[in-house]
Ligand binder design. Structure first.
Ligand SMILES: Cc1ncc(COP(=O)(O)O)c(C=O)c1O
Length: 300
């Protein structure tokens, strides 16, 4: 989070525009606004599994455009962008000399053996690229606050000034914990690598559970199956309820926390985000409550 904020604060001047696929992680929007930049949303193509609209990106570029920011797998949709899509985006960025900020927090968390393509693997993009990585998800170290940025020395030298002003360094104890995580996961056959494979397999099973449970609520939601991360972003099929209204009603009446889609940019309205990061038991308990709530709405 801090690498993203520091990277954005380094390159964005007041009024600079940053293109984002929408819906997108709400903190990206806040970080751009904090740097006095202007988020410009390029709606993703929901009917096609929330794919990138490459032509939309081209059309959204103005003389004030400074950067493109995206993550893959995507929070909140779980979309994983293909090599072809990402190469097309990189080409646009190089053509217009834009920075590319690639949030790689979920790079390890892709289902169905789909390949994960990273913009950081394109040597020609390196001079324009900031890629950010997190220990939070892959090593389940969310509260330890450790992550890092990969970029050229030219960029890192500038970001370090902002990093110093924001928080100087990651906590020492967390750095030791991160070192332990790296050591434990060294080598394909290490215990740590097996832990990560097990984690991905467990989350893949939970994805099936949440999709199965959502299928039983098809009167209320339709959805695109996520390809990565641990979120699903169903469309609300109930008339006259916006995402905030529904999220509050689900919280108060069903005692289930969801995130209103409006928090993920304008394209997010009409949806809610659900996480399947919890245990199977927690997911099933939440859906038992949602089923109950849905029956009450229908007067069954
Ligand atoms: C896309 C994305 N980027 C960044 C973060 C924050 O990462 P960290 O815990 O490393 O600050 C999250 C956390 O949910 C996320 O979903």
């Amino acid at each position: 989070m801090e690498a993203l904020a520091g990277g954005i604060a380094t390159i964005i001047e007041r009024g600079d525009e940053v293109l984002l696929p929408s819906p997108n992680y709400s903190s990206h929007i806040e970080q751009i606004l904090f740097a006095e930049g202007q988020p410009v949303f390029v709606p993703a193509l929901e009917d096609r599994g929330w794919r990138l609209d490459i032509e939309g990106f081209k059309a959204a570029i103005t003389p004030r455009t400074k950067a493109i920011l995206l993550c893959s797998p995507m929070n909140p949709t779980g979309a994983v962008f293909s090599e072809q899509e990402l190469r097309a985006l990189a080409e646009i960025a190089l053509d217009r000399n834009l920075f590319v900020i690639a949030d790689e927090a979920y790079d390890f968390l892709v289902y169905d053996n789909l390949p994960h393509f990273s913009l950081a693997s394109l040597p020609e993009l390196k001079k324009n690229l900031m890629a950010t990585y997190s220990f939070s998800k892959i090593y389940c170290m969310t509260g330890w606050r450790v992550g890092y940025m990969y970029a050229s020395a030219r960029i890192i030298d500038q970001v370090l000034k902002v990093h110093d002003a924001f928080n100087i360094c990651a906590p020492t104890i967390s750095q030791y914990a991160a070192l332990a995580a790296l050591r434990q996961t060294a080598g394909r056959h290490s215990a740590g690598r097996q832990f990560i494979r097990d984690l991905v397999a467990a989350l893949a099973a939970r994805r099936e559970t949440i999709c199965r449970r959502l299928d039983h609520l098809s009167r209320i939601f339709s959805y695109q199956k996520p390809q990565g991360a641990y979120y699903i972003f169903p469309k609300i099929r109930l008339e006259g309820l916006n995402s905030m209204d529904l999220a509050i009603r689900l919280l108060q009446e069903a005692k289930v926390i969801t995130i209103p889609g409006s928090g993920f940019g304008p394209t997010g309205e009409g949806h809610i985000r659900l996480s399947f990061g919890g245990t199977e038991q927690q997911i099933n308990a939440a859906f038992d409550r949602l089923d109950h709530w849905a029956h009450r709405q229908a007067g069954d």
